[in-house]
Design a binder for this molecule. Structure first.
Ligand code: SF4
Length: 674
C-alpha cells in the first residue's frame, strides 16, 4: 500500500507529543506491528502490559488506514470504562493532533446494540404490564413507575439516548419498557419517529466515521447474525481481548423461562384467539412446574417430561405466530404490538427448538450445552431458567471474524503459561503460529481448513516487575476448603492487612468468602474495610482510592476492573486459585469434551481459566511507574501443585517468595514511606 500520508512513525510521534507523553519502545513496536498486520492482512495478537500506551499504539495505525482507504476501522472493547476512555479522551485528542498531518480531521463514533438506545416510539406507546414477579411486589411497582418517569424526563434532555449516559442507571425492567431489540424494532422506514431515532442516528454517524468504537457484544451480534449491524469495515481491533470468548458466548446463549413465555403469551393475547394463547400459557406453566423441581446444573440428557413440555412450547409458540394476522402498516400502534409479540414468540420458539436439537445426536451434544439455572443476583432470586450455550466459539470466530477481516487482538493478558496457545485455541486460530498451514486442533475439535495467518507478539511492560513487586505464596497454609475461609487464612489476611496499614484489594473467589473476610476482619484491624455490594462498585473504588487506610474486598468484577495507581493500593490478596466451580455447566462440559478427545481437560479449561483471572487480578497492583507492592496468594497450591508452574508463568515476573515475615516487613516499609 502506498499513499501520500506521513509515515506511521511520524504520526505516532505527533500523537505522543500532543498527549504530552514520551516515546516508549513497547508502544512503537506495537504500533508498527499493528500497521504491518493491517498492510499484510495477517492477524495479530499483541500482549501489551499496563503503561505501554497501547490504545495510541493501535489508534494511530487504525486512523491512518481509515484515512488512506476511506473505510471504517472497528475498535471493540469489553468494558464501558475503556469505551469512555477512547471516545471521551484518546480519540478527541488524537483527532485534533493528527488533523494537520492527515490534512483532515479524523472522525469517530460509538455504536452499540439497539437495546442500548432509548426507543422514542416505544416511549410514546402504551407501557407493557410488568411481569408477575414485579406485579406482586408493591415496592417494585412503585420503583418501576418512578424509574420510567425519570426516563421520560431524561428523554427530553438527552442528545444520544445512550443508556450508559444515564447516571444513576435504572433497573433492567424499567429500561426494557423504553427500548427495543433489533427484532422488535419496526424498522426506520415504517417507524413514525424513525427520523429522530437515536439508534438510527448512531448507526448513520458510525457509517461515515473513520473509527467506530463498539463492544464485544455488538461485534458478536454482527458476526452471528445475518444482518450487518456494523458499518462496512475491513479491520477489527479487539482491545480487552482476554474477555472476547466469554462475551461472544454470552451473546450466543439462549434462555427460556416461564417469565419469558408469559410475556410472549401476554403480548399475543390481543392478536390471537384465547384458545391459541391459552395453549402457550399452559405450556409455560408446565415448564415453570418442572423447573421448580429441577436441581440447578447441566443436563446431559433431556428428561422425557421436559422434552414433551418443550415440544408443547415450540408448537404453541408456532401456533401463535401463524395465527397473528398480517401487518396493518397504516396503523403503527397495531404494527408495534404485532412486532413485539412476534419477536417474543420467535425467541421462545427458537430457543425451545435449539434446546431440543441439542439432544438430537451425539454430535449436537458437542455443539451446545444445556443447563438449569436459578441463581441469585443483586436484585434477588432470578426465575429458574433453561439456558443453552455453545460449547466453544472458535469455529464461529474463525469463520465470521478472522475469515472476513484483518483482526488485531490486544490486552495486558494474552499469554498464559508463557504462550498464546491457550487463547489462540479458544479464538479458533491455528494452535501454532505457523503461516498458511493447517493447525492441529481447536476448541471445537474441527480442523481449520482455511489458511489463517497470524502472529503473536509480547511487547512487554514498562514496569520493572521484579524490583517493584513481590509475589507471595502462603505455602505454609493448608489447601483451601469447601466451607468458607479457614481460620488460618483469616489470621494470615489480618497480619498482611495490618502490615500494609490498609491499602489492600482483597480478591475473593466467591462473594461468600469476601463477606466472611469482611465480617471477621472488621473487628480485628484498625482500618476501614469496604465490601462489594455495600454500595455501587464505582463508588467503593473511589472511596478506596481516596483513603489509603482502607481495604476493598470483593469478587469477580474487582478482579478485572480496578485501576488505582498510587499508595492506596500496595497489597493485592487472592484467597484461592480461581478455578471454575466444579458444577459450572459450561466449564465442566468443555473439560469433558477435551477429555473425550484424549486431551487434558483440567489444564485446557480449568487451569487456563484460573491463569487468566490470576493474571488479571495480579495486574491490579502496578498501575503507574512509581507503584510498588505485593501480590499475595493464600492458596498454597500455587507453590505446591503440579499445575502451579503453569499458573506462575502466567503472572507478571514479580520477585517470588513464600516467607511471610519478608512480605510483612516489605509492606510495613511501604506503609511507612507513603
Ligand atoms: S426505528 Fe426502531 S428503535 Fe428507532 S424509534 Fe423506531 S422502533 Fe424505536
Amino acid at each position: 500500500m502506498s499513499d501520500s500520508l506521513p509515515s506511521l512513525r511520524e504520526l505516532l510521534a505527533t500523537a505522543v507529543e500532543a498527549v504530552g507523553g514520551a516515546e516508549r519502545p513497547g508502544q512503537v513496536e506495537m504500533a508498527e506491528a499493528v500497521h504491518s498486520s493491517i498492510r499484510t492482512g495477517d492477524h495479530l495478537a499483541v500482549q501489551a502490559g499496563t503503561g505501554t500506551g497501547k490504545s495510541l499504539a493501535y489508534l494511530v495505525p487504525a486512523i491512518r488506514h481509515a484515512v488512506a482507504n476511506g473505510k471504517s476501522v472497528v475498535i471493540s472493547t469489553a468494558t464501558i470504562a475503556l469505551q469512555r476512555q477512547l471516545v471521551d479522551r484518546d480519540l478527541p485528542r488524537l483527532a485534533k493532533a493528527l488533523t494537520k498531518s492527515l490534512k483532515r480531521t479524523p472522525t469517530f463514533a460509538i455504536l452499540k446494540g439497539r437495546r442500548n438506545y432509548l426507543c422514542l416510539h416505544r416511549l410514546d406507546g402504551p407501557q407493557e404490564e410488568p411481569d408477575d414477579q414485579v406485579l406482586f411486589d408493591p415496592f417494585a411497582v412503585s420503583r418501576l413507575g418512578r424509574e420510567v418517569g425519570r426516563l421520560r424526563d431524561w428523554a427530553s434532555d438527552t442528545e444520544v439516548g445512550d443508556r450508559d449516559e444515564l447516571v444513576p442507571g435504572v433497573s433492567e425492567q424499567a429500561w426494557r419498557q423504553v427500548s427495543v431489540s433489533a427484532r422488535e424494532c419496526l424498522g426506520v422506514s415504517r417507524c413514525p419517529i424513525g427520523t429522530d431515532c437515536f439508534a438510527e442516528k448512531a448507526r448513520a454517524e458510525a457509517g461515515k466515521s473513520d473509527v467506530v468504537v463498539t463492544n464485544h457484544a455488538l461485534l458478536a451480534i454482527d458476526a452471528l447474525g445475518t444482518a450487518q449491524v456494523l458499518p462496512e469495515h475491513d479491520v477489527v481491533i479487539i482491545d480487552e481481548a482476554h474477555d472476547l470468548v466469554d462475551r461472544v458466548t454470552s451473546v450466543a446463549t439462549g434462555e427460556l423461562s416461564a417469565t419469558a413465555i408469559a410475556i410472549a403469551a401476554r403480548r399475543s393475547g390481543k392478536l390471537v384467539t384465547d384458545e391459541v394463547a391459552d395453549r402457550l400459557v399452559e405450556a409455560g406453566e408446565g415448564l415453570a412446574m418442572l423447573l421448580s423441581e429441577a436441581p440447578a446444573g447441566r443436563l446431559d440428557d433431556l428428561p422425557e417430561p421436559v422434552a414433551v413440555t418443550l415440544q408443547a412450547i415450540r408448537d404453541a409458540a408456532h401456533g401463535c405466530v401463524t395465527s397473528i394476522g398480517p401487518d396493518r402498516k397504516e396503523d403503527p400502534e397495531a404494527s408495534t404490538a404485532r412486532k413485539l409479540a412476534l419477536s417474543a414468540l420467535e425467541e421462545v420458539h427458537d430457543t425451545a427448538v435449539r434446546i431440543l436439537d441439542a439432544f438430537g445426536s451425539e454430535d449436537a451434544k458437542l455443539r451446545d450445552v444445556v443447563w438449569v439455572s436459578g441463581d441469585i443476583n443483586a436484585a434477588g432470586p432470578r426465575p429458574v431458567t433453561l439456558r443453552v450455550a455453545p460449547l466453544g466459539v472458535a469455529g464461529l470466530l474463525r469463520e465470521r471474524l478472522f475469515g472476513e477481516n484483518t483482526t488485531v487482538l490486544t490486552s495486558a493478558t494474552l499469554t498464559l503459561g508463557g504462550t498464546f496457545d491457550a487463547l489462540a485455541k479458544q479464538w479458533g486460530l491455528p494452535g501454532k503460529q505457523r503461516v498458511g498451514v493447517k493447525a492441529e486442533g481447536t476448541a471445537t475439535d474441527k480442523e481449520p481448513s482455511d489458511d489463517i495467518r497470524w502472529t503473536g507478539m509480547d511487547v512487554g511492560s514498562p514496569f520493572d516487575h521484579p524490583r517493584s513487586g513481590i509475589l507471595y505464596t502462603a505455602r505454609h497454609l493448608p489447601p483451601p476448603g469447601r466451607d468458607g475461609l479457614p481460620p488460618a487464612y483469616l489470621e494470615e489476611l489480618r497480619e498482611l492487612v495490618t502490615a500494609a496499614g490498609g491499602r489492600t484489594l482483597g480478591l475473593f473467589s466467591s462473594m461468600r468468602a469476601a463477606k466472611q473476610a469482611t465480617a471477621e476482619l472488621r473487628d480485628k484491624v484498625d482500618v476501614d474495610i469496604l465490601c462489594q455490594g455495600d454500595d455501587s462498585t464505582a463508588l467503593l473504588v473511589k472511596k478506596f482510592a481516596e483513603n489509603p487506610q482502607t481495604c476493598l474486598f470483593g469478587t469477580l468484577s474487582l478482579w478485572q476492573g480496578v485501576d488505582v495507581p498510587g499508595p492506596s493500593l500496595t497489597l493485592v490478596v487472592m484467597d484461592r486459585i480461581p478455578f471454575p466451580r466444579p458444577d459450572d455447566p459450561l466449564a465442566s462440559a468443555r473439560q469433558r469434551a477435551v477429555e473425550s478427545r484424549g486431551g487434558n481437560g483440567f489444564l485446557t479449561v480449568a487451569a487456563t481459566h484460573a491463569a487468566l483471572l490470576l493474571a488479571q487480578g495480579a495486574g491490579r497492583l502496578l498501575r503507574s511507574m512509581d507503584d510498588k507492592g505485593v501480590v499475595a496468594v493464600l492458596d498454597p497450591r500455587l507453590a505446591t501443585a503440579r499445575y502451579g508452574g503453569f499458573l506462575r508463568a502466567s503472572l507478571p515476573p514479580f520477585w517470588p517468595t513464600t516467607d511471610p515475615e519478608v512480605v510483612r516487613a516489605a509492606l510495613r516499609r511501604l506503609a511507612a514511606a507513603s
